[in-house]
Design a protein around this ligand. Structure first.
Ligand SMILES: [Zn+2]
Length: 153
């Protein structure tokens, strides 16, 4: 805050206005409509092609980004950890039993587009959240929301 104030004071006063300082209606649209490089890349659902998360959202949990786990039913999963996954919706109640990450409860994570099982959303007691996404369910996005994009080179 102090930094911003200083910058403001240092800036010389603008000369007489030469044009509209802001576009009409901009006051009612505080949400930036950014289309940047990140929004054009990403990791998409292999089944339906919608964007699930971003390479930049990769995080290490318990010392590693990727983990290999076997569930009580004997199925094995290779997952990657992400601090956000807008395309992965948590479903159902949170379970503490059989959690692969100590201190975290889990909920099933489904694709927002096709409801495919993508992995799990993990939540700690102090509201720390991350996603464990099954690596095989993700494919690099080449076009936003373009089904079948994973077939492109
Ligand atoms: Zn999907």
């Amino acid at each position: 805050m102090a930094f911003l104030l200083r910058e403001h004071l240092r800036r010389p006063l603008p000369p007489a206005p030469s044009g509209p300082a802001r576009q009409p209606g901009s006051e009612t649209a505080p949400e930036p409509q950014r289309v940047d490089a990140e929004s054009l890349s990403g990791l998409c659902c292999r089944a339906c092609g919608i964007r699930i998360t971003y390479p930049e959202a990769r995080i290490a949990v318990a010392g590693s980004h990727q983990h290999h786990f076997v569930n009580p039913g004997g199925a094995s999963f290779h997952i990657g950890c992400f601090d956000r996954a807008p395309g992965c919706h948590a479903s159902g109640k949170a379970f503490r039993e059989w959690s692969w990450f100590a201190g975290y409860a889990w909920r099933v994570g489904l694709c927002a587009g096709c409801r495919a099982h993508l992995g799990w959303r993990y939540e700690s007691m102090n509201a720390d959240v991350f996603f464990g996404i099954i690596v095989a369910q993700l494919a690099p996005c080449t076009h936003a929301g373009d089904p079948g994009a994973d077939a492109a080179p």
